[in-house]
Design a protein around this ligand. Sequence first.
Ligand SMILES: Nc1ncnc2c1ncn2[C@@H]1O[C@H](COP(=O)(O)OP(=O)(O)O)[C@@H](O)[C@H]1O
Ligand SMILES: [Mg+2]
Length: 484
Amino acid sequence: MALLTMTGMHKRFGNVIALDDVDFTLEAGEVHALVGENGAGKSTLMKVLAGVQPPDAGTMTLAEREVRFASVTEAQANGVVMVYQELALVPSLSVTENLLLGRLPPLVRYGDLRARARDLLAQVDLAIDPNAEVGRLGIGERQLIEIARALSREGRVLVLDEPTAALSATETDHLFEIIGKGKAQGVSVVYISHRLEEVFRIADRVTVLRDGKRVGTRSLAETSAEEIVRLMVGKAVRRYERPQRHEAEELGRFEVGGGGDLQTTTIALRAGEIVGLAGVIGSGRERVLPTAFGLHGTARWRERPLRSPRDAIREGIVLVPSDRKTQGLVLELTVQENVSLATLERLQRLGFMRSGLERQQTRRWIERLSLRPPEPHKPVFELSGGNQQKVVIAKALATEPKVLLLDEPTRGVDVGARAELYDVIDDLSSRGLGLLLSSSDTEELLGLSDRILVFRGGRIATTLTPPFAYEEVVAHVTGAHQVA
Ligand SMILES: Nc1ncnc2c1ncn2[C@@H]1O[C@H](COP(=O)(O)OP(=O)(O)O)[C@@H](O)[C@H]1O
Ligand SMILES: [Mg+2]
């Protein structure tokens, strides 16, 4: 009898079916990996288990008792603890305070707490000062504190959602030791990961989700990385090809590096070319574009240093950031005002704001990007996600760049609007812009790229050229070829 059984789990968000009749079991003392492409439903399944979200249908049995957790607290009281992708620690509090957050007895002696915190830290072999402020610790240390916190709740089931994304190799080894320890004490672990190497290293079984469905569960002793990739991707081997570009002139070369886990990397870019950047979080991929825009690390373009976004814009390089809400747009301002922000300097150089010129320019972008509604005076927060993204792109294009850096351009954009954005991106490349496209969406990379650079361990591990095979890309991204 399994420790945990989930049967017929369903969960829907609007018209997205996140979970479609999913069964899942977990044995006592087992490490069970959960894999699947982005959006497959992994986090949702575990959030249902951990009491974060109620399922629409389905039953759960834990230790032979039917359970239904209405809240995280209730799940925790039953020994089910989840460590999220997004860390839940409070940066301004000390390590001790974070470890014992929400569980402080009414009368506390701080000395006792500190001793308790020390015990917990010892459990995860962390040699840090319990008085240290969490905000000053490295991300890996914080992750381990989260896990210490989870284990301290006498968890029987520990869920880790992509825990190693932000960890160094040493920290990952450390984490695996702790998982091994927990396992020896009878703790069961659900381990969500995009890295197949890790899955083969620590898991006993693996369940693969695709589009909200469970497509298979295997014992790792009886499967291969190839089979798992095949399950993730589906049976049909889909091939993608963009019309072959003529050999256009090289616009220049980026040399980026020196920022955290990204080693120095050179990327050449031709006019009209779309270079796709693939790689899981923590592979270095997600650092390339901010670095190339002069936001951190060191970057050079055509041998010239890019020390700030100002330098980049001067060279005709502009970034469309992944987080448009905080970095790309002022939601309260109108479409026109947002588009003008980037060009204000240029407009003002003429000595005064020429509102006629500004209007004309905005109208041109609204037309070119088929913004809906085609209304320059609407505040941006009234637009859909896809149309907000078009405004961000318009804003970037208003600086008349030669190179566009697109960071997760369709995150949070619905399917219909996505296709429109793809047309926009394709159109920009045919106008001779060079584009770097960083994306965690394999389909998007396949459909748009002329070349795909796969990042692993802070550098380009492979360069793929058309015709792309879907499976091949996923195999390189997940490191399936690295599995011994
Ligand atoms: N709170 C939410 N609101 C709306 N849609 C959601 C929400 N959470 C997840 N989804 C959608 O459900 C699907 C599964 O998401 P998720 O479980 O996060 O996938 P995974 O963890 O495998 O990447 C995706 O299409 C995602 O966009
Ligand atoms: Mg997830």
